[in-house]
Design a protein around this ligand. Structure first.
Ligand code: G
Ligand code: G
Ligand code: NA
Ligand code: MN
Length: 253
């Protein structure tokens, strides 16, 4: 069995799950959102990381099917939390290959309609590389997604091939500062300069900014000092199953 056919079987058998990692307001640690991260619960191997299987998904016919499953699962979860009185902005990841076929804007509109989710509680994370292919089609599609009120952010900002001009032409609500710049923030003045400039740039462009990969309080405090409002990282919580996320971060209605 190839990994690709194993993955198709896994999808048929419902072996995929979404984990949720908290995103918080750095000033007081209060919850603002969650990033949904896919996991494969393999019957023998246990949880398998997307780093192992998403590269295969992304080059296979499964790509769109998985994207639709992730979107639907995240929207249903976000709506359930919304109904229980917790407005959690849920962010999903879409790889460039998952946008090649189909009409994402149409799928998103249909999902919002079916689930009843408030559109601003859904966020889509894309990497800067998204515009490398079929720029006009992708731009038009994301304009329609943003018109629905769904948030769109650049993930891993600063690590891709995009130029700053993408910030002008892409309909964007926020940036996520890649964790490779955040890890060394306290020790490396280049990282500090890059992070500080990105925070400044975001503010001047009216974008929200989330720092990723925060692993200790000192880094969180330093980011607050630089004017960064939101953060994510093991210091606040690891990606975890929905039930664990609810117990740790949400209030029962
Ligand atoms: O969760 P973890 O840090 O192991 O994720 C590893 C990589 O897999 C990250 O680059 C992350 O963006 C990606 N990833 C996680 N979940 C999804 C998903 O649902 N869809 C896509 N396209 N990528 C994902
Ligand atoms: O590419 P993307 O930014 O979507 O990747 C998200 C991945 O980053 C997830 O797989 C998650 O497990 C990982 N991650 C989240 N917070 C931290 C952190 O504080 N430290 C490290 N090393 N990885 C993190
Ligand atoms: Na992400
Ligand atoms: Mn990222």
């Amino acid at each position: 069995l190839t990994l690709e056919s194993e993955l198709a079987l896994a999808a048929d058998r419902g072996e995929f799950e979404l984990f949720y990692q908290p995103q918080v307001r750095l000033i007081d640690g209060s919850l603002v959102g969650a990033e949904a991260l896919i996991r494969w619960r393999h019957p023998v191997r246990g949880y398998v990381s997307p780093a192992e299987f998403m590269p295969v998904v992304n080059t296979s016919a499964l790509s769109e099917r998985i994207a639709n499953w992730v979107m639907e699962t995240a929207c249903r979860q976000a709506r359930a939390w919304e109904l229980s009185g917790n407005n959690v902005r849920v962010a999903i990841n879409l790889s460039p290959s998952q946008l090649q076929s189909g009409d994402l804007a149409h799928s998103v509109a249909a999902l919002l309609e079916v689930t009843g989710l408030t559109s601003s509680l859904l966020e889509i994370e894309v990497t800067e590389d998204i515009l490398l292919h079929d720029e006009r089609r992708v731009l038009a599609m994301f304009k329609r997604i943003q018109d629905l009120g769904v948030r769109v952010v650049f993930d891993d900002f600063g690590t891709g091939y995009a130029s700053l001009s993408y910030l002008k032409k892409f309909p964007l609500d926020g940036l996520k500062i890649d964790r490779s710049f955040v890890f060394g923030l306290l020790a490396n003045s280049d990282d500090a300069a890059i992070v500080g400039s990105t925070i400044g740039l975001s503010k001047q462009l009216g974008l929200t900014v989330v720092a990723e990969g925060i692993e200790n309080r000192a880094t969180a405090d330093f980011l607050v000092g630089m004017g960064c409002e939101e953060g994510q990282g093991y210091f606040f919580g690891r990606p975890m199953p929905a039930e664990a996320f609810e117990r740790q971060f949400l209030t029962a209605e």
